[in-house]
Design a protein around this ligand. Structure first.
Ligand code: NAD
Ligand code: TYD
Length: 351
């Protein structure tokens, strides 16, 4: 039985990865390690929390000794590392939290893995680091990020992720730690914390609140359905080559303002409102400091080498996503009221 430590499993993408692995690999023991920051919500995993191959550990990756103890106690065979501070806007107001969690936290996990796996560095163990396309910087109107694009991070978030990527590669070269990395574009789908653009807009439209669009809404992002990212992570964890990096993207670029207009159109239909009602909520607000203009990913490597491609067209993914948020009003209310933070105590500590 393999033991896989998934960090950040209570977050948005992590919860989809945990769900996929727990259901698909009954022979693996899946440990979700998360310290439940504002972004961690164990209710995201209510459907798998009683499965016999799933366990949750509340721990902070910034605590290095604890990480070593966990590796020893659980005989961890592999790591899928998603735990991070992930919101650019928060990194602008509180950069140090990003340095601690994203850089120091990653090094602590690398050290724990290096020590635990010292007799078997190149074979069965694997450290999989999940990163972002934002490490490559900002594009003009044309071009795509490839795996060999030089790093040029421009926000405290992307700089902290870039640092962690460099450290993972340094441990591969220096200590022969078995590693693999991926850099993905913007994800969307169920269970995303509603301070990120898409769930924020859905929730605001539903509640007739303004939709804040930064600057003129001209910035371009490539959007990938989160379950497609989880499938790519499964493929890379099992079949990605040692030391390699894979770019993951949706081949789906949207200007923010066009994306929001599409969302408004779908929402009008779903909520039975007059066409054009939701668009009136669009409000242009002060731009984000250092706002990267455009991200776009060339994902031909993972497509050619591992046979992955995005499964959903964007309109279909957006419909599914909107339907999920509309059907899960209780989840949204718990998050926006802060009640979700009681879930751990009520479901785990009082059992
Ligand atoms: P998220 O903010 O929704 O979740 C992060 C999770 O990590 C939370 O559950 C949080 O509690 C946990 N965490 C944070 N600091 C921790 C610490 N010190 N110790 C233990 N746990 C901690 O993030 P997400 O959007 O799911 O992103 C997951 C990963 O994927 C991140 O590494 C992010 O950089 C990367 N990524 C995200 C996107 C995206 O569009 N969301 C795109 C590409 C890559
Ligand atoms: P976000 O979801 O924060 O992801 P990232 O900055 O990591 O790409 O934002 C996506 C885009 O939407 C980004 O260009 C910033 C913009 N944005 C808004 O216009 N308004 C908002 O309220 C938010 C949260 C983001």
């Amino acid at each position: 039985m393999k033991t896989i430590l998934i960090t950040g499993g209570a977050g948005f993408i992590g919860s989809h990865v945990v769900r996929l692995f727990v259901n698909k690999y009954p022979d693996y023991s899946i440990i979700n390690l998360d310290n439940l920051t504002y972004a961690g919500n164990l209710a995201n995993l209510a459907d798998v929390e009683k499965m016999s191959n799933y366990e949750f550990i509340k721990a902070d990756i910034v605590e290095g000794v604890t990480m070593m103890e966990i590796f020893r106690a659980y005989k961890v065979d592999g790591v899928i590392h998603l735990a991070a501070e992930s919101h650019v806007d928060r990194s602008i107001s509180s950069p140090m939290e990003f340095i601690h969690a994203n850089i120091v936290g990653t090094v602590n996990l690398l050290n724990a893995a290096r020590i635990a796996w010292k007799d078997n560095l190149e074979n069965e163990n694997r450290f999989y680091h999940i990163s972002t396309d934002e490490v490559y910087g900002s594009l003009g109107d044309t071009g795509f990020f490839t795996e060999s694009t030089a790093y040029d991070p421009r926000s405290p978030y992307s700089a902290s992720k870039a640092s962690s990527d460099h450290l993972v590669r340094a441990y591969y070269h220096t200590y022969k730690l078995s590693v693999v990395l991926s850099n993905c574009s913007n994800n969307y789908g169920s269970f995303q914390f509603p301070e990120k653009l898409i769930p924020l807009a859905i929730n605001n439209i539903r509640n007739n609140k303004q939709i804040p669009v930064y600057g003129k809404g001209e910035n371009v992002r490539d959007w990938l359905y989160v379950e497609d990212h989880a499938i790519a992570i499964d493929l890379i964890y099992h079949w990605g080559l040692n030391g390699e990096t894979y770019n993951i993207g949706g081949q789906n670029e949207w200007k923010n303002i066009d994306l929001i207009r599409l969302l408004c159109k779908i929402m009008d239909k779903k909520l039975d409102r007059e066409p054009g009602t939701s668009e009136k909520l669009i409000t242009f607000v002060k731009d984000r400091a250092g706002h990267d203009l455009r991200y776009a990913i060339d994902s031909s490597k993972i497509q050619e080498e591992l046979g992955w491609k995005p499964s959903l067209q964007f309109e279909e993914g957006m419909e599914k996503t909107i339907d999920w948020y509309l059907a899960n009003e209780k989840w949204m209310k718990n998050v926006t009221s802060g009640d979700y933070q009681k879930y751990y105590e009520e479901q785990y500590l009082k059992r």
